[in-house]
Design a protein around this ligand. Structure first.
Ligand code: BDP
Length: 326
């Protein structure tokens, strides 16, 4: 029923897209949970503008921001079915479907954002993009998602012990549930759009995210304690429905792949600026931020998560390659 409902919603906005981009022969519909102006939304708009220009108005993209097409888990299914043409999502909600996406989603796998860039721009990144093709999708590009840290409505978290027994929302990935359990807290997977009210009503104590999301979601208004433990540097991904991709000519397929790659540095620049803006806005609002946290116990606590999820030789080789990357 839920799928039917969201499919209907997607069809309703199809007609809006057709009207909005009437000048275009084909308009691809792209989903994003974030509001207009957010770096991921702007990066996909950039791809759309370039496509429109370079195809002489044959091919355009309409970005449906603010979760207009639904929450990530549902829109991923719809993209696999070809109901939605393109989708910009975190790798988190792919973890239960595509095992390769678990690797860059592992807690503390990356030493820094630069380390993540080097890995995702290289062979491992390509291996993960290729893995989407067995799941009715085409992986186009990885975007930045900064580093994610815990925030809550109760108290400043100054050490791992402070997390004991607290309840945090995580993205819909089993691995993230285990990550939070390994830290001594409880995890509730739920869609992004339900987090604000769940914190407000005390269903959960908090969640975890990066500066721009903490800011744009308004979560900082209801969860005023933010601890920069930076447990995840999980990249985001832009995917396309395989069925939509295969409708394009070989030239257009190449073009869209190329422009998607070109949008990565554009996105990274927008991201850097947005991170600073969001941090300033949230600090201004009086949030209590804990920066001097010892990450060593957090990192050590992740051993069982690696043991449970990094099982096959293929996944082990990926982890080793990432760790060996300078
Ligand atoms: C944000 C990601 C978005 C996720 C969201 C979440 O950009 O794709 O939906 O976190 O926590 O940082 O669900």
């Amino acid at each position: 029923m839920k799928l039917l409902k969201t499919t209907f919603a997607a069809l309703m906005v199809t007609s809006a897209a057709v009207t909005a981009a009437a000048a275009c022969e084909t308009t691809l519909r792209s989903s994003d949970t974030h509001p207009d102006g957010y770096p991921t939304v702007e990066a996909v708009k950039y791809i759309g503008e370039q496509l429109k220009e370079q195809t002489g108005d044959r091919l355009c993209i309409e970005v449906f921001h603010s979760a207009q097409l639904g929450e990530e888990k549902d829109t991923i299914e719809q993209t696999q079915f070809g109901v939605i043409d393109m989708n910009r999502v975190s790798l988190g909600p792919f973890n239960n479907i595509i095992e390769e996406t678990q690797i860059p989603s592992l807690p503390y796998i990356f030493r820094s954002v630069e380390h993540m860039h080097t890995v995702m721009d290289g062979e491992i990144g390509q291996q993960i993009l290729d893995a989407f093709s067995d799941h009715d999708l085409v992986g186009l590009a990885f975007y930045d998602g900064g580093s994610r840290s815990f925030y809550n409505s109760e108290k400043p978290i100054k050490s791992m012990d402070d997390l004991a027994g607290m309840k945090f929302r995580v993205m819909q990935s089993d691995m993230f549930v285990d990550m939070v359990s390994a830290l001594g807290a409880n995890a509730t997977p739920m869609p992004y759009g339900e987090v604000y009210s769940s914190i407000q009503t005390g269903v959960i104590d908090g969640a975890e995210n990066n500066w721009p999301s903490y800011d744009s979601s308004g979560h900082f208004e209801v969860a005023k304690y933010y601890t920069l433990d930076q447990h995840l540097i999980v990249p985001e991904v832009l995917v396309m429905a395989k069925s939509s991709f295969e409708k394009l000519s070989a030239e257009d397929q190449e073009l869209i792949k190329q422009i998607a790659k070109d949008s990565v540095p554009v996105m990274r620049e927008l991201w850097e600026a947005r991170e600073k803006e969001s941090e300033a806005r949230v600090r201004e609002a009086g949030v209590e931020i804990v920066t001097d946290i010892d990450k060593t116990p957090f990192i050590e606590a992740m051993a069982p998560v690696y043991e449970k999820y990094v099982t096959s030789d293929k996944l082990k080789a990926m982890v080793e390659a990432i760790q060996a990357t300078e």
